[in-house]
Design a protein around this ligand. Structure first.
Ligand code: GCU
Length: 676
């Protein structure tokens, strides 16, 4: 079962003797000191199955018997053990080892069943990774309320930007056939704290809102519920016309408002815990309030009013990318949304991509973060690697996400990080959200490659705790997924931690962006210049010519830097001060500009592209050293994908450098000639 990766990080294979012996006196049986609800049942079963597998002996759920007991405790029972649950909220939990005479009790305690389930998965993780649990004292509370996957899945089972097969949602067979895979999906998500899933694509039509599909969605929701996962749907703004028989979708029209309110009632009758709507409006051809000369706020509020009586939310996307963008695509979302700050209902979250363009291998943080203090902003990360080599390239994304979460907006002085804006603490918001565009599909290994599982995993862990360390998350994942062998763990971890920077180097170093083949976004095409709209062409982003390269976003150019707080704007606008990794994002720089390394800009670019290839080549040897220490099936697939990645890293390097040389007329610096 390890061979194809189906079990993700939830492999419960027997641990080696030297790892499991430490748990001998502990973890013998599971005792419920809580009401046995569906969630408690799945939690207890997961713990029993997991520990029985890992420890190679039956760890049953029993009625009593304190020897080696693991107690699952909620509510008042906590006082029996002197546990204070008051700061745990709905999803938090405690893990404690209590000593009763010579016996040890392991306690998982929470206010709510979902917290218990998260605590169970935490304990399992500790055992899977061989941690000492003899004196546990862990309190864990998520920083973000809504930790949600966004499936860009269509009802015909194609997946927009999906590289892992078809959609896992088998609409044809729903609601009568529940693919067992849905349960494994729910388990995997619950194990990393994900508590919501948007089933449909942001570009979906309105069909999913028709009665037969609401039945199907309800069946999925029933399967997700015991795992603490709420279901959400995308709401196509023109649905009242397309499926409602109205002539308009104008949010100010009472008939339109009544239609949405009725639709919400209908959904909530079938799915009482329905999460709400995700909306892409007035972007890339999607309908929206602008058609009726209404604002995003008027559009969002209408939907918010429809779901508010049921406790639902609206996640309204800030990814607006439309034709009326004369100067710089970078500036569009800020220009449209900042004037609306304070105008949204309290159950609206503005879901904002990490950067202002579109999920590039590296982007500075989006200037909207910090610029709408009266509005909860949610983070949208892309787990699927649309711009980072699809499923074949190894790119562990937690370092990229963490870089954005830790970025300092300075909007309220030093320490005003993006994470604090997202979690609501900087401005005191009630709701908070982090969304990840899913990389899940029907492939046996779920994500199209072994290593892309790590990105799903890391997304959940960072949504729970945006301050979590990417390397620690990766190490847990490697130990749970591949092996507990320290040497092998070190090798794999090293590759993962280098990987994002390697991709940046061989694709878009020094702040370049969007050089990918247009449309599909795979492979280099920096020369493309003839497409209908300026921002569809890579030349728009790099602006390379005979003299230099880069997008001037300072005062002498688009002045997008002015959308950041003064401190950040000053740094980005200053050629000497701007972090090297954003240099060409904000400046048009001459080829002979002297870099901190002493190289010219051109030499530095060549150096970065070359480094990217070199790093990937190195991994092939490192991975080969693991042959026989990783099961054959997964070993082979990774080895083959690394060969693809190396070949394509060279393709990127050679294509980009050759193209730039055709403009600047420069040679490769000595020592850098790419091998034939
Ligand atoms: C990108 C992506 C599209 C997607 C869009 C979005 O532009 O290429 O496929 O629909 O983002 O986030 O809405």
């Amino acid at each position: 079962r390890a061979e194809d990766g189906y079990w993700l990080w939830l492999r419960y294979d027997e641990l080696p003797q030297e790892m499991r012996s430490q748990y001998r006196g502990q973890l013998r049986q599971i005792v419920l000191e809580t009401e046995e609800t569906p969630t408690v049942s799945v939690a207890a079963r997961e713990l029993s199955d997991g520990l029985s597998g890992l420890l190679g002996r039956n760890v049953p759920v029993s009625d009593e018997g304190a020897r080696g007991a693991i107690l699952l405790v909620t509510g008042e029972a906590a006082s029996l053990y002197d546990l204070d649950l008051s700061d745990l909220g709905e999803d938090g939990y405690l893990l404690r080892t209590l000593t009763d005479g010579r016996r040890k009790l392991t306690v998982i305690a929470a206010n709510e069943d979902d917290g218990l389930l998260y605590g169970v998965f935490h304990l399992l993780r500790l055992v899977q990774t061989g941690e000492d649990i003899s004196d546990l004292n862990i309190t864990s509370v998520p920083r973000i309320d809504i930790r949600v996957l966004n499936h860009w899945d269509n009802l015909d089972r194609t997946v927009e930007r999906g590289y892992a097969g078809q959609s896992i949602w088998d609409w044809h067979k729903l609601p009568d056939y529940i693919d067992p895979r849905y349960t494994d999906y729910a388990r995997a998500n619950a194990s990393i704290g994900i508590n919501g899933t948007v089933l449909t694509n942001v570009n979906a039509n309105a069909t999913v809102l028709t009665p037969p599909y609401i039945e199907k969605v309800a069946a999925v929701a029933d399967t997700m519920r015991p795992y603490g996962i709420q279901v959400y749907l995308t709401a196509r703004f023109s649905a009242p016309i397309e499926i409602g028989g109205l002539e308009t979708a104008d949010p100010a029209d009472p008939a339109v408002q009544a239609w949405w309110a009725g639709k919400a009632d209908e959904i909530y009758r079938k799915i009482p815990d329905f999460g709400g709507f995700l909306v892409k409006a007035d972007s890339e051809g999607q309908p929206g309030p602008h058609t009726y000369h209404r604002t995003h706020a008027e559009g969002a509020n209408m939907l918010a009013d429809a779901v508010a009586p049921h406790g639902g939310v609206v996640m309204w996307r800030a990814f607006v990318y439309s034709e009326n963008n004369p100067v710089d695509r970078h500036m569009q979302a800020y220009d449209q949304f900042v004037p609306l700050d304070g105008k949204f209902r309290s159950n609206v979250i503005i879901q904002t991509k990490n950067g202002a363009i579109d999920f590039q291998p590296r982007e500075p943080f989006h200037p909207l973060f910090g610029a709408m203090p009266e509005t909860p902003l949610g983070m949208e990360f892309q787990i699927t690697k649309e711009y980072l080599g699809f499923a074949t390239h190894l790119a562990y994304l937690a370092p990229m996400w963490s870089e954005v979460l830790r970025a300092d907006t300075f909007v309220k002085g030093e320490g005003s990080t993006v994470a604090k804006i997202i979690d609501g603490s900087l401005e005191g918001h009630e709701i908070s959200a982090m969304a990840g565009v899913s990389n899940i599909g029907s492939d046996r290994n779920w994500t199209g490659s072994q290593f892309d599982q790590a990105n799903w995993y890391a997304f959940g862990r960072l949504a729970w705790d945006p301050a979590a360390e990417p390397a620690e998350i990766a190490e847990d994942w490697v130990r749970m997924t591949f092996t507990g062998d320290d040497g092998a763990v070190g090798t794999i971890l090293g590759m993962m931690m280098e990987s994002r920077e390697a991709v940046v180097n061989y694709m878009t170093p020094l702040g370049l962006g969007h050089l990918m083949g247009t449309g599909h976004h795979y492979g280099p095409a920096p020369w493309v210049s003839e497409l209908g709209r300026p921002e569809w062409n890579p030349v728009y982003y790099h602006k390379a010519d005979e003299d230099g390269i880069g997008f001037d976003r300072t005062k002498s150019g688009s002045n997008a830097v002015a959308q950041y707080s003064d401190a950040v704007a000053a740094e980005f606008a200053d050629l000497e001060a701007v972090p090297e990794e954003y240099l060409l994002w904000f400046h048009h720089v001459s080829w002979d500009y002297e870099m901190p390394s002493g190289r010219t800009l051109w030499e530095e670019l060549v150096h970065r592209y070359t480094e990217g290839v070199r790093t990937v080549s190195g991994w092939r040897g490192e991975w080969a050293s693991l042959e026989g220490r990783i099961d054959e099936g997964r070993y082979r697939q990774v080895a083959d994908f690394l060969r693809v990645q190396e070949k394509e890293a060279r393709w990127w390097r050679d294509a980009c450098l050759a193209y730039f040389m055709s403009l600047n007329g420069l040679d490769l610096p000595a020592g850098y000639a790419p091998p034939a």
